[in-house]
Every structure is written in C-alpha cells, then in structure tokens.
Design a protein around this ligand. Structure first.
Ligand code: SF4
Length: 909
C-alpha cells in the first residue's frame, strides 16, 4: 500500500482547474507528482498534471519562445548546468596565468554558484567593482565573470540566472505564452531575483499560493523563536552516535510495526553519513544481511538525495574502466579489475587464464602500462595466462579508436564510446543507472560547441567529470514507511512521527558557511544564505516551527561524545526536559533486536594434521608458525595470500632483490678482506659497477616500461652508493674469507622438506664459519631469544647446515640500506666488529652460543611438529604487533573476535 507522504488534497482543486503548479525545486515537484499518482486508482488513466520546478519551467518557456521565433530568445541558446560549468572551466583554464588554480573543476563549480548568487541578489547593481575594500577573490570572480559573459555573447549562449533577468521585463509582452493561472507551492523567502519574477507574474497572470504548515509568502516575517510543544516534542541524549542510531532504528521499526500506514521520518546529516550508518543498523536489527553495500536501494527506507555519483555505480565504473583502455598508458589495477569480470563479451571461458594473467601482472608489472604490452603478454601460447579471446576483443576495441581522427567534437567521441561498449557487450541489463548514463552521453554531446574538438584523453576527462557530477538515480519505493531526509527536505513532507538525529549546537542552528567569492560584508548586509549566525538561527527556528506542526511525535536526539570531544545539545532544545530513553517506543529493549538472528554454533577442529610431505615454503613456513599457527596454516596449507598491490615504478621487493644480486656478485669478486684492502678506489668501483649490471638487467627484464635509460642510471647510482658503504663496513670487520654464496640447502624433517639458500658463509681466521643473510629493510628486532622468535631464518640455517654445525660460531643478518650498513645476530666472539656484542654481554639471553644453538634447535623442531600437527589456533605471538605485519586478518577474523570480546565485556555487569 503506498504511504501518504504529502497531503495532496488541498491541491486537488488546482489540478481540476488545470492550473500550473510551480515549486522551488525539482524534489518538491517530484513529491507532489508521487502523491498525486498515489491518489489514482490502480489501472486508472490520467494525464500528467502541470507540476514543474520553477527553473525547469523557465527553461521550457525560453525554449518555447525560441521555437516561436521571439527575439532575443531565439537568438540565445539556454545552457544546462553542466554546459554552464564547462564554460566556467574553460574560462578559468584560459586565465590560469593570471589566477593559477590547483583544482580547476571544483573552483569552476564554486564560481558558477557565486555567479548565480550575484545575479539573484542583483549585486551587479549594488557593488562597485573597483572598490579596494573587496578581497582578491572578488576581483578574480569579476574577471572570470567578464570572460564568461563575453564567451556566452560570442557563442550566442545564456545561463539560467541571466536568462531570468532578460525574461522578467519581457513577461508583459509574453502573456500569450504563459499559463493563465499559476499556483506557487512552498515558496518561502525566495531570493530577490525570484521574488521579482513572482511579483511580475502577479502583474500579468493569476497567481495563488500554497504553503504547507507555514504563513504564506505574502505574510513573510521573521519567525518568532520556536516554542516546542511539550506534548509532542521529546529530547533524548545518548552517550555516542552508535547508541543514538541504534535507538532511532529500534524506534522506527516499532512505529511501522504498530501502525502500517504511519509515515516515519528520520532527519539526518548526509555529510556525517548517517544514511549509511542507519542502513547498517537496519540490516542488523531487521536480521538481514544485504550484500550490496549501498543504501540507495530502497529496502528499509526511502532517501531523496543521492550521496553517490553516477560514476560510483558499479556498471558505470566498469564502462569507464573499459573506455580508459583507449589511453596511451592504462592503470594496471583497473585492467586487473576488468580481468575478473566474467560478464559481457569477456565470457567465463578464459576466466582461469585471466586470473593467472592478473597474478602475473600484479607480481611483475608496475601501476601503469601500455595496452600493447599487455596484449603481447596474453598472446604467449602455452602459458597459463594465454588469453587469445581477450586479445582479439581488445584489438577490435582499439581499432575503433585508431580509425578515428585525433581531435573530434564530444558528440563524435560519445558515439565512438557507445560503439566500443557495444562491442564489449555492455551493459547486460538496462538499469536505471544505464538510462542515466545515456542521458549523460547526450548531455556530453551538447557541450561540443563549448569545449571544441578534443583528443580522446580530453574527451574521457569530460565524461568522467560529468559522471562524477551526476547524482546516481535513487530507487523509490512508495510502500516503505520510513523516509530519510535532510533538514531542508523534511519541509516537503508530512510525517506522523519524526526523529531528528544529532540535534546539537553545530547543526541547530547550522554553522555559517558564506560564499567564497563574494565579499562577506555584502553577503551579511543583504542576508544572503548561510552568511550570518542570525540568519542560521532564524532558519533553524523556522524549520523547527514547521516540523512540529503536523507531527504527532517529534524526537530531537543528540549524543554526548564523539571520541573525546564533548558535544553540546542544540540551544534551541534547551527548554525541553530530557526524556528517559526507556520511555521511547521499544528502545527500552535495545539489546534485543526485533528479529533476533539465530546464531548457529559450529565447533571447528583445533588441528588438521599434515598427511603428506610438504616441500614448499622455505624458512618462512617455520617463521610464520612461530608468529601465529593460523597464519602458517592459511599460507602454507591453504595457499592464502594477499593479492600484491600494484605500485608506480619499482617496489621495495624489486629493489631488495636487485641489491641482493649485486651484493652476491660483489662478494664473489672481492671474496677476501685482504683483496678489498689491496684494491685501489678505482678498482673497487670497477668491481662495483660490474656487480651492478646483472641487477639492472634483472630489473629491466621484470619492468621494461619502468627501466628507461634515465631510471636505470638512477638505480645504478643508488646501488653504487649502497655497495660502497657495504665495502667500507667489510673493511671494519675482523678478517674473513667468503667461503660460499647462495648455498642451496634442503632440510628434511619428518613430513617437511624445506628448500632455501644461505646468502653467504664466511670463514674467519680461526677456521670457524659465520652464516649471513642479506636484508635491505630496516627491521631491527627479530626476537631471537623469545620462545617464539619473529624470524626463524638464522636458527634454521645453523641447524640445517648439517655436519658443519659444530664449526659455526655465529649467525647474522647483514643489513644494507641507505640509513645504515651493519651486522646483527648472535655469537660468542668478541672481536668480530665493534657493533656486535658477544652473547655474554646480551641481557636478554643467559648462555653461550652453543646454548643458544641448542635452544634454537629445539624451537625449530617444536615449530615443525606444530605445523605437522596442523594447529589452527588464531594466536598471534605478540598480539597486535604481530598482526600489524600480516595480511590475513580478513580470513582469520581476529578483529571480529576482538569486537565480540569487547561486546561481551560491555554486557558483563
Ligand atoms: S592477522 Fe594476526 S591472528 Fe590473523 S593470521 Fe595474521 S597474525 Fe594470525
């Protein structure tokens, strides 16, 4: 059953008399139309009543006059808002030398708004442009406005507010084009330009007024202070926003349950994302789990202004990602996103090859690449990422744009984009979003004459801008009883009960936010919107007075704290005593949702023992086990891993492995400390240069796009600096000989067969060996003396080295990075290097190197046994600190576990 949201009855006689109804905005017109439609019986045929937002009506009037050849209307084309903004953007761009701007588009939108205010308050009559007391912003505004007007004049175009200025004095002669009777609905305190327009209309035709719950326009006076009706208005206070939202949802669900015809309003603040929070809470309390993370699908409530732009809609985002393949360089992560798509012409056949392709790209490509390069990769026959079908499709796709000229008007680009998307098979369904997309393409084409011919990048930029400015269509369900409205929107509706969230001193009255470009003193002098506290206070009083009039129950609530910040209630509600929360609807039972979810408890096994030999994972398998058993299980038994992030240029891993290779080459060439000592600076540099080249080659192979000659030289300089510092450190050590590098070791233990390489083994003067692992990172603590060390690499190295174990006198991490070069590890030796403390001086361990070896060995064996046992415990060794460096939190749900425990703590008395 449709819910009544607006009392249409007082307007029915106007419809019967065929009057034209004008509203201040599109939203009000829509509300009236919906209420009128609901009044009609199912199956009844009715003609569309004449209800228009005044701006739309004026645009239509202008077009009508133009079609009839009336001057000057037929000479000037009226612009839509996007075209207007394009003109402003072009003018701001052209004056960048005089007024450089960081964000052109946003400034253009702001200037466009200021220009309308300037016209609506007739400031061109009131301000002297040369007045020095006005700010720099205002002179920039005047300069841009001048350019804007000249452009429009030259191209015979006109913006809406300028059009109204021309229409007003002409109305007397245009009576035959006007309706005989006009009803103005909800026009309260219109800006001076509209007031003058209405005054002139009153002179030439019959104008009447309808204003809801408020004195008519003619009796416009500053409203008195709001007098809360204490029989219907209640005030509530909550400790925080969460509890406020929870109570509001509980109350609303109770109201609609008790009375199935009741219209319940919730007044929200869009900027604080109340709609999203409420939607989540409705999901929770109604016991539903909605997979679509968007409150725009009227499911529990209707909203009337979309917080999402059309570009945010998934199908539109996908279409844009396809079209961006036209660019010279494309963003690899967007391409990866397309690879996951199994709809359209991409189909599901190559899905597994596309997944392999994505993994290859994420591991080996940087954040941007060329489509041609991607195609050459996917054409490699026999590879798991071989995608012939996709490659053919992309060739056809790019051929369409290749055949076009480089510079075309937007209308031609819009046609090309449509053909390209048709080729892909987009869209699969003709949804509301798609219909809006079609309108947007039409709108884009209309701006051709303003922006001239553009290349494809410019055309895509314009399209993206338009889609970001176009609100996503909202799905309206007239059977839903709950409406989420802003303070302004609330004035368009009738409610049985109403709840105003966050009724605090920031919102009621709303803080001031004057226009950026017009002088503040003028804005305040002429009472322009949001320019003074006095105005905001008047506005808040007016809104509250109106809202309480027909509402049976009106709740104002606020929360006391936002984090550590104390929030004060609105001063306008101070005369209302606080109501106990338990008195409000069913909110006395907040802990129990209306439809409690039945939890199903599943006893998970604690262990899943390993049944066959595992031969992958290397040393990280045991380190992961030591850090968190679940992490080791998920990574090495389930193969779980985070998709690598694509980064611009080279990532830390690429750079680290290049350094690793260069160090290995250098240590092979200068494999004796004496040799380093004896070589001249020039010889050392020669060895360094030679060691660097294989590393550069490796990077070039992995990232041909990134490793341009200039970038390669930069990498050479970086590596050369690091290797020079490294040699300096080598000279400060006690004498050594590099006995081996990259020694391959297999450690077999029960069902584990782990393969790894020891980066380097040095022989000291006394014949003992030290094991070395290179690291380019800056990590300084490995917790080697804990029961569950962070890193079991060195402990495993010394155990796995086999018969040589007795000859090992220490194990070290060789840290080489731009901040420092050092050795960190464990030994009994006192003279290895001044930076290295022998174990006898280490506070955290009480024992010798042999004791440590014994301890490490037992830890390694214990971790191996735990892994084999298949222990599944989500038990990070060092709590948050361990989880901080782990990517599996969404899989192990440690955070859910914490939240659950916190909730239990809260509930425990
Ligand atoms: S996030 Fe923490 S608890 Fe979860 S798997 Fe990783 S280390 Fe273990």
């Amino acid at each position: 059953v449709p819910i009544s949201r607006f009392q249409i009855d007082p307007l029915l006689s106007a419809f019967d008399q065929d009057q034209t109804l004008l509203t201040p905005n599109h939203r009000s017109a829509k509300v009236i139309m919906q209420a009128y439609a609901n009044k009609k019986k199912v199956g009844e045929v009715w003609s569309r009543p004449q209800v228009f937002a005044i701006d739309i009506w004026l645009q239509q009037l202008w077009t009508k006059l133009s079609i009839n050849g009336i001057k000057p209307f037929c000479k000037l084309q009226i612009l839509d808002s996007f075209s207007e903004q394009c003109v402003w953007t072009e003018q701001l761009k052209a004056s960048a030398e005089r007024y450089p701007l960081l964000n052109l588009q946003e400034t253009a939108a702001a200037v466009s708004y200021s220009y309308h205010l300037y016209n609506q308050w007739f400031l061109f009559e009131k301000l002297k442009p040369g007045d020095t007391k006005y700010s720099q912003n205002f002179s920039a505004f005047l300069y841009w406005s001048q350019r804007y007007k000249s452009f429009l004049e030259k191209h015979e175009l006109i913006g809406l507010s300028d059009a109204i200025l021309i229409l007003i004095p002409s109305l007397h002669e245009l009576v035959r084009f006007l309706p005989s009777r006009v009803l103005l609905v909800n026009f309260n305190d219109p800006p001076p330009l509209y007031a003058r327009l209405i005054g002139t209309l009153e002179d030439v035709l019959e104008v009447s007024y309808h204003t809801r719950n408020t004195p008519g326009i003619s009796s416009k006076t500053t409203p008195d202070e709001w007098q809360p009706n204490l029989n219907s208005v209640k005030r509530l206070q909550f400790p925080n926003l969460d509890t406020e939202i929870r109570a509001c949802v509980s109350y609303s669900l109770e109201r609609v349950r008790v009375n199935e015809n009741e219209h319940v309003g919730i007044i929200i603040d869009h900027e604080k994302e109340h709609d999203f929070l409420l939607w989540k809470e409705f999901n929770r309390q109604a016991g539903h789990r909605n997979g679509d993370l968007s409150p725009t699908k009227a499911q529990y409530f209707n909203t009337f202004s979309s917080m999402q732009s059309l570009a945010d809609a998934k199908p539109i985002e996908l279409a844009l990602s396809f079209l961006e393949l036209n660019q010279t360089r494309i963003e690899t992560h967007k391409f990866c996103h397309l690879l996951q798509c199994h709809q359209f012409a991409l189909g599901g056949e190559e899905l597994s090859a596309r997944i392999s392709l994505e993994l290859l790209l994420r591991n080996n490509f940087s954040s941007t690449t060329r489509l041609g390069h991607l195609q050459s990769v996917m054409q490699r026959e026999g590879k798991p990422y071989y995608c012939p079908h996709l490659s053919i499709l992309l060739t056809k796709f790019s051929e369409l744009s290749r055949r076009s000229k480089d510079f075309l008007p937007l209308s031609a680009w819009a046609e090309l984009f449509t053909r390209q998307l048709e080729l892909i098979g987009w869209p699969r369904f003709k949804s509301e979003d798609y219909l809006q997309w079609q309108k947007s393409l039409y709108q884009l084409s209309r701006t051709s004459s303003i922006v001239g011919k553009l290349d494809i990048t410019g055309a895509l930029r314009q399209l993206r801008l338009l889609l970001y400015q176009t609100p996503r269509p909202i799905i309206f369900n007239d059977e839903l009883q709950i409406s989420l409205v802003s303070l302004d929107e609330a004035l368009d509706f009738d409610f049985d009960s109403l709840w105003l969230i966050s009724a605090d001193d920031q919102r009621l009255p709303c803080s001031i936010s004057p226009d950026t470009f017009l002088p503040l003193s003028i804005q305040q002098e002429y009472d322009m919107p949001r320019s003074s506290y006095k105005l905001q206070l008047e506005q808040a009083n007016l809104i509250l007075t109106r809202l309480q009039q027909d509402t049976h129950e009106f709740i104002l609530s606020h929360h006391k704290y936002e984090g550590d910040l104390e929030i004060r209630p609105s001063p306008l509600s101070s005369s209302i005593a606080l109501s106990p929360i338990a008195d409000i609807g069913s909110t006395n039972n907040l802990a129990n949702p209306l439809n409690p979810v039945e939890f199903e408890y599943i006893q998970e096994p604690l262990c899943l023992p390993l049944t066959s030999v595992i031969g992958t994972g290397g040393t990280s398998l045991l380190s992961n086990q030591s850090n968190c058993p679940f992490k080791a299980f998920a990574t090495h038994r389930l193969g779980a891993q985070k998709l690598p992030n694509l980064q611009p240029g080279l990532d830390a891993m690429n750079r680290g492995s290049a350094l690793h290779l260069a160090l290995e080459k250098l240590s092979t060439k200068l494999n004796h400390q004496e040799k380093i000592l004896e070589s001249s600076a020039a010889t050392r540099q020669k060895f360094i240069d030679e060691s660097i080249e294989p590393a550069i080659e490796q990077m070039h192979k992995q990232h041909p796009d990134v490793m341009t000659p200039t970038f390669s030289n930069l990498e050479r300089i970086r590596l050369s600096n690091l290797l020079n510092s490294f040699l300096e450190f080598e000279l400060s050590r006690s004498p050594f000989l590099v006995q081996g590098t990259e020694q391959q070791i297999t450690w077999d233990h029960s069902l584990l067969s782990l393969n790894f390489r020891v980066d380097r083994i040095d022989k000291l003067n006394d014949g003992s060996l030290v094991l070395i692992d290179y690291k380019s990172g800056k990590k300084s603590s490995y917790r080697w003396f804990d029961d569950r060390p962070d890193d079991l690499q060195l402990p495993l190295y010394q155990l796995a080295i086999g018969s040589d174990i007795a000859h090992i006198s220490g194990a070290f991490i060789y840290q080489v990075n731009i901040e420092k070069v050092t050795l960190a590890g464990a030994t009994d030796k006192e003279d290895l290097h001044p930076d290295i403390k022998p174990l006898a001086q280490v506070r955290l361990f009480d024992g010798t190197w042999a004791d440590l070896q014994e301890r490490w060995n037992s830890i390694v064996i214990a971790m191996a046994a735990e892994f084999e046992k298949g222990l599944l415990a989500v038990a990070p060794a060092r709590g948050n600190q361990t989880c901080q460096y782990c990517d599996l939190s969404s899989l192990c749900r440690i955070n859910d576990q914490k939240n659950l425990l916190d909730e239990q703590d809260e509930l425990t008395p």
